[in-house]
Structures are given as structure tokens and as C-alpha cells.
Design a protein around this ligand. Structure first.
Ligand SMILES: [Zn+2]
Length: 549
């Protein structure tokens, strides 16, 4: 079997065979039927969506012996010659290699001679945006006064590079990228006709890798057939196309959740060592994060995701660990990386740097929330009393609670605390885990500094964990859980501990009698006017940065 023929063999020969461009087909067939074919058309759109194919079908439709008709017969000498690419009156020019002004002139000279045998002389110029400026100018004159019975069909992947003067003299059509389903259906049809046994998942993978281009998808299918023979399985598709498997992708995202840069880099090296394609991986990762975002946004994510390919359960679990805006930021980084990688010889390093950036992405603070926080800090006592959170600046080094790394189960979050709040906190922690399992990772990294009738102070050793707790959604979760476990409203304070000079845990007994602790953490709950310097400090605490003036 000749494996290299899919794209050519399955190239549509009639408008009715063209996939996904119904709006264009309809306009063109109407024009043919009404004998109103324009002298210049411009087809734009991504690669492999049918631009040149449409141009050839149109050339046949207007020149067919039985025509002009919307469906060329495919059998007359004109149709056959055009299909074979040797019709003297239909010239196909590649703009990329014939872009000089001399070539444009030569082309224009030949235009002056009437069609030799057919009805219309047709010029198909592919990648027309590659023509030089002077070549465009030479062409423009012809377009302004087109000779009779000449039709120009321009195709381009980069519409923005076509001069306005040319655009205004053409009928322009934008070709849509093909949908995933359309490509899968075509691949099914082709493999069925060729007697290839392929499971649904592998065709899905091929279509996805083709990224909206039918031609690319078909040549990928060729590659896979060449490797697998008559039976295609999804594992071998991953192997041939250099796609990273679903499980490896899910594991990669787990490292991302833990912000574990070392494991992320190790995974990237592994992917490269296995000979996988980093461009595909970048795209797959972006899509994966997009899917997680869909899960966060929708009550019915199955309507927005391809459940055949996605593992909903894992995605749902991982979605708990991300903020929607983090996912959006990560997606933007990857989208930019994907296009940068294509243009650079440093693709691998660009990818690595981007992955490290992903690990640093943190949720945005909304500016109005931050202003609200600052206003709250500036307010006097009474209004603060109603606020659940009080911003607490870092404790002084001598009094800072121990800043030891904490892991699940290994650290007692309530050293030297009376047993009742201790048991309460344990219950609260378990309850929070039940409601939001992913949050446990942050819970185990905080320490309970005080926990009495009316106050719960949580200490943090790093700002990123503190950030998580400051998120209104998470804070509400903690607050609600405390309320449901302790049956009382508790004021929650978040305190950032300094990393150095940490003292042993004995320093922070809980309980209402611990007046010393209350002094150590400078509370903003004071009933007084703030000085300008303090307000600036508040702003620095919230926004970060330095004072220049
Ligand atoms: Zn014909």
C-alpha cells in the first residue's frame, strides 16, 4: 500500500466534499449559478483547511465543459487537467518562491493573452502574502483593470500582511479552522475505506495533534499507518507522534500544584530523553489547564470537555488546588511559549523557563479587594470588630513562632495547648479537608498561635501560604468550619512569622490568659487614627514593593 497518499488521495474534488466551510461554498456556488463570478478572490485561514482545494474546485467549476456549474463533472478534459495540475490556462503559483517583481511582471504579461481553450484563465497564487511590495504593486494595476475572463484566486495564512489596496479589490473569504469532530470523522472515513483498524482514542489523538488542519491530521495518519500497519492503537500513536501520555501529563500537573520546580524540571528532562515533542507537550499542557478551568467554571463540565479523552475525576481533584485566575495566567504563559518555541532555536530552554514561571504563578489580588483591605486597616476600631480578618504584621524575631518545615502528621500544630482547643483544631482541620481536600496542603503549613473563646490566630512562615488563607473563599471556609465545629463565631487572625530567630514552640501557649502573646502580635485593632507612615506601611504590606521617595 502507498502510505503517503492520504492528503492527495482524499483531497475534495467537488464543493459538496469540502468539509467545514459551508458559508464559503454557498456564496461561491451561488455566484457560479448566477454567472457573477468575481475577477479576484482572497482565501485566508490557517494551513490545511481547504483554501487551495477550494481554488482548484472553483477553477474546475467555471471551466468544466458541462459548466459553468457548481459541481464540476470531474471527467471532461478540463476537469481532468486541472485535477492533475497540468491545465495550461490554470496556473498555480507559490508566492513564497515567486515573489520578485520580475516574476510578477512576467505573470502579468501572460495575462494579456486570452485563455487558449478554456472559458477562464485562472491564476491561483498560494501564500500570496510572501510577494514583495513591488510585486504587489505590479499586481495591483492588473487588479484595477482586470482583463476579461481572468480570475485571480489568492490564498494566504496571514491576512494581516496583505496590503489594503489588494484587499479592497478582492472578494475575501475567511476559512474556519476545522473542528476536532470534523477531523475525527474524516479520519474515521479514511481509515475505514483503507481497511485500517483504528480505535476511537487513537484517531482522537491524531486529530488533536493536527490542531485544526485536515492536511496535517491526514499526514499524521499516514505516519501512524506506516509505523503500525493495519491496526492502530493509542499507545503506538503516542509513540509515533511523540505525544506525552495522559498519565504523565496528570503527574506533571501534580508537580505544578506542589510548585515543585525540581520535579517539574526532572519531568521535562524525562520527556526530552524519551524523544517526545515539546511543542505538542506545551499545547497539551495548555489544553489540560484549560480543561481544569472549565471544571472550575461549570456545573456541567462534561458539556465543555471531551469526556472520552479527559479523566473527569482527576481533573476535578486537581481543580481544587488552583484559582481560576492562576489557570488563566498559566494558559497565557503557555500560549506565548508555544508560538515562541516555533520561531526559536532555543525551544527547549524557552519551554523550561516557562515551566519555572508557571511554578511561580500566584492568584491575583483584585485591586478593589486590596483597597478595601487597606481601608479596613485605616478604619477605627468599631468597624474592625465586625471584620473576620485582621492583618497582622510579622511578629518580632525574638517572639516569632518556630519556622520549621511542616509535613502532614509530623508536626503538632498546637504545642503546649490545652487539650480542648487542640482537639477542636484537629476536628476543624479534618472537616476542612473533607470540604476541600486540596487545601490540606496549606493547612499543614500553618501553626495555631492562639485559639481561645473569641480568637483564632494562625501563623505562617511564607507569604504564599498566607496568600491562600487570605483568599476570601478559603477564609470563609475556615470561618464556617470553625463555627460549625465550635458552635461560636471566632475572629480569625493571620500572622506572618519571620524566618530567622525562631524560638521554640513553648513560647506560644494558647488560651485567653496569654496576655504576653497578645502584646507580641501587634494588632491593628487599636482605636486610634493612623499616621501617614503607617498607612504607607499598610500599603507595602498588601502590595509589596519599596518606597522610592
Ligand atoms: Zn468537467
Amino acid at each position: 500500500m502507498d502510505f503517503q497518499v492520504s492528503a492527495r488521495k482524499w483531497r475534495p474534488q467537488k464543493f459538496s466534499e469540502l468539509i467545514g466551510q459551508e458559508h464559503i461554498v454557498r456564496t461561491l456556488t451561488n455566484a457560479i449559478e448566477m454567472d457573477k463570478v468575481s475577477h479576484a478572490y482572497l482565501f485566508s485561514g490557517t494551513r490545511g483547511v481547504g483554501k487551495t482545494t477550494t481554488a482548484r474546485i472553483l477553477a474546475k467549476a467555471i471551466n468544466c465543459e458541462k459548466g459553468p456549474c457548481p459541481e464540476p463533472c470531474g471527467q471532461c478534459s478540463f476537469c481532468e487537467e486541472i485535477t492533475a495540475g497540468n491545465c495550461i490556462d490554470v496556473r498555480e503559483i507559490d508566492g513564497a518562491s515567486n515573489n520578485s517583481v520580475a516574476e510578477a511582471r512576467e505573470l502579468i504579461e501572460t495575462i494579456q493573452y486570452a485563455a487558449s481553450a478554456s472559458r477562464y484563465k485562472v491564476y491561483i497564487i498560494d501564500e500570496v502574502h510572501m510577494l514583495s511590495k513591488s510585486a504587489f504593486n505590479a499586481l495591483l494595476k492588473t487588479l484595477e483593470e482586470p482583463p476579461p475572463k481572468v480570475v485571480f484566486l489568492f490564498a494566504t495564512t496571514e491576512l494581516s500582511k496583505i496590503p489594503e489596496t489588494i484587499l479592497s479589490r478582492c472578494q475575501c473569504f475567511e476559512f474556519k479552522p476545522l473542528s476536532h469532530k470534523q477531523i475525527v470523522r474524516q479520519l474515521e472515513l479514511i481509515s475505514g475505506q483503507e481497511g485500517i483498524q483504528a480505535d476511537g482514542l487513537s484517531l482522537e489523538e491524531i486529530a488533536k495533534t493536527g490542531a485544526g488542519s485536515m492536511r496535517d491530521a491526514q499526514s499524521l495518519l499516514d505516519q501512524v499507518i506506516a509505523y503500525c500497519g493495519k491496526k492502530i492503537e493509542s499507545g503506538s500513536v503516542e509513540e509515533v507522534l511523540g505525544i506525552v501520555g495522559k498519565q504523565a501529563l496528570a503527574e506533571f500537573v501534580e508537580h505544578l500544584i506542589k510548585r515543585d520546580s525540581v520535579s517539574l524540571m526532572a519531568s521535562v528532562q524525562e520527556i526530552i530523553a524519551e524523544g517526545k515533542d515539546l511543542n505538542f507537550f506545551c499545547r497539551d499542557l495548555a489544553e489540560y489547564l484549560r480543561n481544569i478551568l472549565m471544571i472550575k467554571l461549570s456545573d456541567k463540565p462534561e458539556t465543555l470537555l471531551d469526556t472520552q479523552v479527559c479523566n473527569l475525576e482527576i481533573l476535578q481533584q486537581q481543580a481544587e488546588a488552583f484559582h481560576a485566575d492562576e489557570l488563566q495566567q498559566m494558559f497565557t504563559v503557555l500560549a506565548r511559549t508555544e508560538s515562541e518555541m516555533k520561531r526559536s532555536s532555543l525551544a527547549q530552554m524557552i519551554f523550561e523557563m516557562s515551566i519555572l514561571r508557571l511554578a511561580d504563578v500566584r492568584p491575583f489580588h483584585r485591586i478593589d479587594d486590596m483597597i478595601k483591605t487597606i481601608n479596613t486597616l485605616g478604619d477605627d476600631g468599631p468597624s474592625l470588630g465586625r471584620e473576620a480578618v485582621t492583618m497582622v504584621p510579622p511578629a518580632t524575631s525574638a517572639n516569632a513562632p518556630e519556622a520549621s518545615p511542616m509535613t502532614a502528621g509530623s508536626v503538632d500544630p498546637l504545642p503546649n495547648m490545652p487539650s480542648s482547643p487542640k482537639a477542636d483544631w484537629e476536628k476543624i482541620r479534618q472537616e476542612i479537608c473533607k470540604r476541600n481536600p486540596a487545601f490540606n496542603m496549606y493547612l499543614i503549613q500553618c501553626k495555631v498561635v492562639t485559639f481561645d473563646e473569641s480568637n483564632l490566630t494562625l501563623g505562617f512562615k511564607d507569604t504564599s501560604t498566607l496568600d491562600r488563607f487570605e483568599d476570601p473563599e478559603n477564609l470563609q471556609l475556615v470561618k464556617d468550619t470553625v463555627k460549625s465545629v465550635c458552635k461560636r463565631e471566632v475572629n480569625i487572625k493571620l500572622s506572618l512569622n519571620e524566618k530567622t530567630g525562631a524560638k521554640p514552640a513553648g513560647d506560644f501557649d494558647g488560651g485567653p490568659t496569654n496576655n504576653g502573646e497578645k502584646k507580641k502580635i501587634k494588632s491593628y485593632n487599636e482605636n486610634r487614627q493612623k499616621t501617614e507612615a503607617e498607612i504607607i506601611q499598610d500599603a507595602l504590606d498588601v502590595f509589596g514593593g519599596i518606597v522610592l521617595k
